[in-house]
Design a protein around this ligand. Structure first.
Ligand code: GLY
Length: 352
């Protein structure tokens, strides 16, 4: 088992390894000694619950917790106010108190939803993350961003609320379809493009097949490094949005039929092209990113028009008045935050 610390204001451990789920209760107790006395509510979704809820429940019961479970429908559309309200009412009905704890067992939707519920229920109660997708393991389970979606776009209402600990059992990735696994590969190669050319090369050389836990752990460590520099997303953390400004627009245009990692992959390809056209990156960088994404199995054609993407991007969280921050590669392992005037955005999209 690999263990590392995320150095936010309240530091917390992340455990990564094979076969950890059935030991989750014990492992969490190592650093969260009050856990066995708590009532825990495990929130999961209709895809994950039939596969892993029983195992997770038992692991918390075995250490003495009083365990409840709560299931939401699988899919991004569950990140809405109505469902969040129902979950909060359910917690109140169970008389969950501030000394109890929520557990997110699932992918990014469950993690964002549970984290948001934990952050506002009784003005904040502890929660634990058990990500069951590669995407959630390397990104959303770490860093404390919680959210639901608004009609205007994804993750437009949320909080920063860090988990008490994160446990990632790499065995659970075996039940992911290759498409869903690829979602996480996109977020993982992103870290290589951002800060680590060795990680970039290792992922391309089959790292996920031969040493999955180590690659996951390196991605989490880089995310932890960036989050600890800028927990509340006021500067450096924006780097994590490489490919996301374009990617979120693609996801929104597709009504979430294009999944996050696939959209981010297209977005990273577009960011490479934009960096080349703007003279930001070295001459080979854009092609290297595109070739890598194709090699990993992504389809990089964007099915939406520049006008469609532009309309959605105007509502992006990263817009600041008359500019929008784009994250652009300079070379593999080095990216910059570049404010782009809104007036130039449409032509940037048209030049793709
Ligand atoms: N997923 C981007 C972040 O956590 O900041």
């Amino acid at each position: 088992m690999l263990k590392q610390w995320i150095s936010t204001k309240e530091p917390y451990p992340v455990y990564v390894g094979s076969g950890l789920l059935s030991e989750a209760g014990n492992i969490f107790t190592e650093e969260f000694s009050e856990l066995p006395k708590k009532t825990v509510v495990i929130i999961s979704d209709s895809n994950v619950a039939p596969l892993y809820l029983h195992q997770a429940e038992n692991s918390f019961r075995n250490i003495g917790c009083n365990v409840h479970t709560y299931e939401i429908p699988a899919g991004e559309t569950s990140k809405n106010w109505a469902l969040l309200g129902q979950a909060l009412e359910h917690l109140a009905g169970l008389q969950i108190t501030r000394s109890d704890c929520l557990v997110a067992l699932g992918g990014g939707v469950v993690g964002d939803f549970t984290g948001f519920a934990a952050s506002i229920y009784l003005r904040g109660i502890p929660f634990l993350q058990i990500p069951t997708t590669l995407l959630a393991a390397v990104d959303s389970s770490v860093g404390g961003k919680t959210a639901v979606d608004l009609k205007a776009g994804k993750n437009l209402a949320g909080t920063f609320w860090q988990p008490r600990a994160v446990l990632c059992d790499t065995d659970v990735f075996r039940t992911l379809s290759s498409e869903i696994f690829l979602d996480g590969v996109a977020e993982s190669i992103k870290y290589g493009i951002l800060r680590d050319q060795n990680l970039f090369a290792d992922i391309l050389n089959g790292g996920f097949q031969s040493r999955c836990a180590s690659i996951v752990s390196r991605c989490i460590s880089m995310k932890g490094e960036i989050v600890s520099e800028d927990e509340f997303d006021r500067g450096t953390r924006e780097l994590l949005n490489l490919g996301h400004t374009f990617g979120h627009a693609i996801e929104t245009c597709s009504h979430y039929q294009v999944t996050h990692g696939h959209a981010v992959a297209v977005g990273m390809h577009m960011a490479g092209i934009a960096a080349k056209r703007l003279g930001v990156c070295d001459p080979t960088c854009s092609g290297t990113i595109t070739d890598a994404l194709l090699q990993l199995g992504f389809h990089l054609e964007c099915p939406y028009s520049p006008d469609d993407l532009y309309r959605v991007m105007l509502r992006d969280k990263k817009r600041k008045g008359n500019t929008i921050d784009l994250i652009l590669p300079r070379s593999i392992g080095d990216c910059v935050i570049r404010p782009m005037p809104i007036a130039d955005l449409l032509s940037c999209l048209q030049e793709q």
